[in-house]
Design a protein around this ligand. Structure first.
Ligand code: SF4
Ligand code: F3S
Length: 439
């Protein structure tokens, strides 16, 4: 028997890439590959890339450069680039980096097995199509391996919103929703393999409108159907757009037992002038009203968001409006970014903000967010929460997991196994996690 070939996948970017890497690994598993966690002994290296900011894309080229020695030592090593940089720059990658054998976009990776066979014969392969067929259906045959207790499941992909700064509509294509029965089948399969928490993924997940019994299903309807799946304990979804936060979804936060009290709802800026220039089609006020309604439905819901500082033409007053909005909301967590020019997007040609101004604003923004995050974590101390254990912690007998509010929680629980859930009293707030004791 020949020994299995080894596959090393390195994943950049958002959770959808994490999900895609999983699926690519499974697809190549059927070609006899097993996963390895180092590039050094791999027969194939696959970089699943992100194009969202300039630095993300540059990292890919420098990482590729590092594999030169490996490829010289083992000419049979195959190197592939997948994901959003592959989609955006496919042929350019082939030209710029001759050691790349294979480039595959996010919508065509179900063709990886054929592409792998092709590169084994010494012919480079490039596929950045947006094919008609459903890649998830084409990837149906799946191994039955056990899975970690928390899993991602892509239900919607692509974006029609065209925010003026963003490449995603170009790299992921138009909004497409998977049919509800296929999502439910995949969820049941995940549960059978040990999964207890599912995070539904989409670039605009709350714009989900998949074909289902009786017509198109909304995300709320899908969540309610998942609520009936035995063995599934928790449901989350990300990322949402404020304009698609429908009444039934807000209502689900009040009434759906398995839906967790956490919502990532990016707003990007608190200045209406900038929001307009960003093509966000909501205002700061409409966003704040939405959060009021969410909190009326679920008073303890924890909010997180994304913010961009230094968008073209952003003044100090615009930035102050962002700080004001953050003060008004009170976030549990937030991702903060300096605006990064993306060629081909509308904002790229506008008057840019100086780099040191961006740096200064980012620092002030982060300081405020950190204060809010710490305050929320501190407010958890003394409370009793439910933790889904995911993996052993660093200390002997310790287990790490997540609370309802997505905080990482470490607990001394020598008997517990990944997948167990336990009531935990929170005793301490650390920098990015909580500590607690079993009740
Ligand atoms: Fe990008 Fe805006 Fe679409 Fe989100 S909604 S993926 S930020 S274009
Ligand atoms: Fe990056 Fe593509 Fe996700 S650009 S953030 S990997 S959709």
């Amino acid at each position: 028997m020949t020994s299995p070939k080894k596959l090393f996948i390195k994943t950049y970017g958002c959770q959808m890439n994490v999900y895609d890497s999983e699926r690519m690994s499974e697809a190549l598993g059927e070609q006899g590959y097993v996963a390895t966690d180092t590039p050094d002994d791999a027969d194939m290296i696959l970089l699943n890339t992100c194009h969202i900011r300039e630095r993300a894309a540059e990292k890919v080229y420098s990482e590729l450069g590092r594999y030169k020695g490996l490829k010289e030592a083992r000419p049979d090593l195959k190197i592939g680039v997948a994901g959003c940089v592959a989609q955006a720059e496919g042929a350019e990658i082939m030209r710029r980096q001759p050691l790349v054998d294979l480039v595959v976009g996010p919508q065509s990776y179900h063709r990886l097995p054929q592409m792998e066979a092709q590169v084994r014969t010494g012919v480079r392969a490039l596929d950045t199509d947006f094919p008609e067929e459903d890649k998830f259906e084409a990837l149906k045959a799946r191994p039955r391996a056990r899975r970690a207790p928390a899993a991602f499941l892509t239900v919607q992909e692509g974006c029609d919103k065209f925010c003026a700064f963003c490449v995603v509509p170009y790299t992921r294509g138009a909004e497409v929703s998977r049919p509800a029965d296929r999502v439910l089948a995949e969820a049941r399969d995940l549960v059978a393999r040990g999964v207890r928490e599912i995070t539904l993924l989409g670039q605009n997940v709350n714009a989900y409108h998949g074909a289902g019994a009786g017509g198109d299903w909304s995300l709320a309807r899908l969540i309610w159907a998942l609520n009936d799946v035995d063995g599934l304990e928790r449901i989350r979804f990300t990322t949402s757009h404020p304009n698609d936060m429908s009444d039934d979804l807000i209502e689900a936060h009040a009434t759906c037992p398995k839906l967790m009290p956490y919502l990532h709802l990016p707003v990007q800026s608190g200045s209406d002038r900038i929001l307009k220039r960003m093509n966000r089609s909501h205002t700061a006020e409409s966003y704040l009203r939405l959060i009021e309604r969410l909190r009326a439905a679920r008073p303890d819901i924890l909010m997180s968001g994304d913010f961009i500082v230094g968008f073209p033409e952003e003044t100090e007053a615009d930035f102050q409006a962002t700080l004001d909005l953050i003060e008004a909301v009170g976030y549990g967590y937030a991702y903060t970014f300096k605006y990064s020019t993306r060629p081909g997007t509308p904002a790229a040609d506008r008057a840019q903000v100086d780099e040191d101004v961006k740096d200064d604003r980012l620092q002030r923004l982060q300081a405020l967010i950190t204060r809010q995050q710490q305050a929320v974590q501190q407010s958890m101390v003394g409370r009793d929460l439910t933790v889904l254990f995911e993996k052993p912690g660093r200390m002997p007998g310790q287990m790490g997991g997540k609370s309802e509010y997505l905080h990482a929680v470490h607990v001394l629980a020598p008997e517990a196994r990944p997948g167990d859930m336990a009531r935990v009293r929170i005793t301490e707030s650390a920098r990015n996690s909580l500590k607690g004791v079993l009740i």
